[in-house]
Structure formats: structure tokens, C-alpha cells
Ligand binder design. Sequence first.
Ligand code: NAD
Length: 514
Amino acid sequence: MIPYKHEPFTDFSQEANYNAYVEALNKVESYLGQDYPLIIGGERITTEDKIVSYNPAKKTEVIGRVSKASKDLAEKAMQAADETFKTWKKVDPAIRADVLFKAAAIIRRRKHEFSALLTKEAGKPWAEADADTAEAIDFMEYYGRQMLRIKDGQPVESRPGEYNRYDYIPLGIGIVISPWNFPFAIMAGTTVAALVTGNTVLLKPASTTPVVAYKFIEVLEEAGLPAGAVNFVPGSGAEVGDYLVDHPKTRFISFTGSRDVGLRINQRASVLNEGQIWIKRVIAEMGGKDTIVVDKEADLELAAQSIVKSAFGFSGQKCSACSRAVIVEDVYDQVVERVVELTNALTVGDPTDFSNFMATVIDQAAFNKITEYIEIGKGEGRLVAGGTADDSVGYFVQPTVFADVDSSARIMKEEIFGPVVAIAKAKDFDQAIDIANDTEYGLTGAVITKNRMNLEKAREEFHVGNLYFNRGCTGAIVGYQPFGGFNMSGTDSKAGGPDYLQLHMQAKTTSEML
Ligand code: NAD
């Protein structure tokens, strides 16, 4: 087996790659507006009620109409998953891993088509879409190999005359609830982690990006996944989501999304329902309020570049996005000035045009929320870049920077999830770390400094799940920087890490007298 290596990003400066992406965009254009059914036990089911997926950059353009699960259909899917679990759990883990490797190969062949679909459905600029698809491939390659590593359990001691074993067995039915911001990578990663470990899945993708999820289920089918192992049940979070979370047959929930929905799921999952004979396990990866700290002894150009790229990549719609920068006073003015220059130079526009660094936010609700925060920011700091927005064609918000923000301001505390960064001044490095930690979240953070002692201080004191030194705070790679956060950022389940799969399994000890 070839050792795991992450999928390289595409170099679009090469003409062949550029042309391939344009062709892929054309291909996606050719199938826009189609209807997509639910998939339950392998059966295609079409409902009257539809979720309509729109292009956020051209809000009248329909990407697809996806059938919407009712409670009855969710129940049917639950039964299919329950039935299939009886056989899927017994399939050799190496065969389950092969399904992932085959799916990765199919996606690699259709890589640009998937990315182009993300450009249209989620408003991802080329490089962002390419990274999302690469990450989806990585999850399959990585989790497949991890499964092979743990399929025979872990070694335990045996006394003379005794044979002890420690094996992992699947949990049961998992509900996978995924967000729209990594509509491919997170949706696919959380789904295949649950499947390769022998569980069956009900996938409820985000309602703004259901088409890419449907296309992915088709790939899993083509790769040989048996009917009923994964069931595709898009629907309203409040209706179908609650029903699935509450269901007595649900064994675990793998959720990625906002803090409030994660807490709601965690609470509901703790309630014992009639017929339920286990404690549901909840894997919840939630929001962030991520900070880049700039020390006085630092490469200031690197600092400004890191802040701008981490704050505005995919319009700041990453749980890892830099939404706060804390800069030590000695270099504060210099860094702010450079951040403003770089921000003003960013190109914003339709994501199908390669030259645009940034495009839209996801939908009207996000647009409204972000522009409200920009108004709040005007009362809390000095607007030094951006601050304008236009939703006439698509949901465009200009990259926005507020300087001189107090550490207690709302824009320093609350997750905005858009292209808005708040900058605060600290008197020294210690105070900068204190400000960075002054949040209920704890997902990512970065420190820009040349001072080794300060790096070590941050390693100990900066309380985030993913801490980066002398680089930005986004862009974790599967198998290289396992990803997950502390406190209100979730259960720190570390997606793409060496112990992620075990969260989907339970360990069984057997002891035989020889
Ligand atoms: P969201 O919480 O609004 O939705 C996430 C999913 O939950 C969607 O599929 C949604 O339909 C579903 N949902 C909504 N209500 C539900 C309910 N009552 N029961 C069950 N499911 C329900 O989040 P979003 O807007 O899709 O994504 C953005 C959020 O996700 C941000 O807060 C971001 O920080 C976070 N996020 C975190 C990570 C991470 O790894 N920590 C990664 C990506 C995104």
C-alpha cells in the first residue's frame, strides 16, 4: 500500500489545468436546474416538496432541486439503515476501506467537475473549491488507511494460559449532519469515517449545498457501497434533524456546524427516548473566533499577508478563519496599514472568473447577518477597509477591516462567519495571548513572532485545538494537521487525525482460557 500523502492542489497557472477547469464549469452548467431524489435503501424517492439550491453569486440561477425528506421518509431511511447494519458491520474492514479508495479514485478523475460544482453551488473561487475537493479525496485515502491500521484492534497483555484481545466494533446507525462551508470535504469526510468503521449512515447535508452531496452518494454507489449503507435524506434541520437526533435507534450523531445547533443536538441526544438502550454519542465540531497574534519581533509582511489570507479566503466563511487579529503596540500601526493595503487590493467578483480572489457569502440570511455585524462594528471600532455590500445580483460583501477594537466588543466575541476582521492592540505579547484566549471558542489560532520563547509560551498558553506558528490560521491538511477545537468549538474530535475513527466504534475485550 502506498503511504498516505495529501492530494496536491492544482496549479492553475498551467494552461492545461486552467482549461480543464473552464471545461468543468461548462459541464456543470450543462446540468444545472435538474431534480435530485432522496436515496433510501438504494431506492430513488422523489417528493413534491423540494429544497432549491441556488448559485449565491447569481441568486436566480438554480443549481438543482432536491427532494426533501419528511418524517415518514426519515423513518423509512432509519429502517433501511437498521437492516443494512446487520450485514455491513460484518463486511471485512479491508473491503470497506477499498470502497473509500475506489471512491477517491473516481473523484480524482472527476476532480475539476466536483470543484466546478462547488464554485457554482457554494460560491467557491477556484483555488478554494480545488482545496475542498482535495480534502474530500484526502479523507478517503487517510481514513481507508487508518481502518487498515486498526482493523485487528490494539495489542493487550495476556497472562500464561490466557489469550486476550482488544477489538473495535462498529456502533450502529450514525446521523451525519454537515455544513455548507466545506460542502464536499466535511460532508464526505464525516460520512466515510462512519461507513468505513462499519456503521450505516443517514446523511442530512446542509440545505444550501445538497447537490454536491447527492453527486457524492452516486460516487459511493459506483465504488461498490451496498444499498442502505448510506441513505441520503436532505431536509429541514429543525424537522428532519430533530427527528433523526431524537430517534431511539440513532446510536451516534456526527455534526459539524454552528455552536447553537451543536448545543441543541447535544442536549436532545442526551434525552432517553422510548425503546432506546444506549447513551448516544455526539461528535460535534462547531464554530470559532480565531485569532492571529502578531508579536513585536516578527516578519510584519508575513503577519499582514497571513491576516488577510486567513480572514478573507472564501469570504471568511471558514470555522478556522481569522476574525480577530491582536497586534503588539510597537508594530501595530505598521501592520494595520499593510493589512488595509492588501485588503484593498483583493479582487471580489463572480467565482467562475479565476481572477477573483473572493466571491460571495452563502445566502440572504448570511448576507443580512454579516451586514448587521458591519453596522455593529462601526460603533465598536474604526472602519479602515471595506464596509460595503451589494445583494442585487449575488450576496457580495466587501472584505472589511475594523481597527482599534476593544477586546470586549461584540465583533471580537461573536462568530460573524463572513469577510470581517477586528483588530485589537495589545501592550505586550502576554496581553495579546490573554486577549486571544478571551473567547468561549477555541478552534484555531496563529502566532507571528521570531521570538522562540514567545512561541513556546503560546504553545502552552494559547488555548486552541489548532495552533499555527508563522503562518495563517486556516488550511489544515488531513493527516498533517488533525483538526478540531476546544470549548464551544466542539468535542475536539480531530478530523483527519489518528484517533478519529475510534470515535465511531466501541472497543470489545475478549479473554479466552487456553
Ligand atoms: P448550521 O449549524 O446552521 O447547520 C449545520 C447543519 O445542521 C446543516 O445541515 C443544518 O441543516 C443542520 N441543522 C440545523 N438545525 C438543526 C437541528 N435542529 N437538528 C439537526 N440538524 C440541524 O451551520 P452552517 O451555517 O451550515 O455552517 C457554519 C457553521 O459551521 C459555523 O459556525 C462554522 O464555524 C461551523 N463549522 C465548524 C467546523 C469545525 O470543524 N469545527 C467546520 C465547518 C464549519
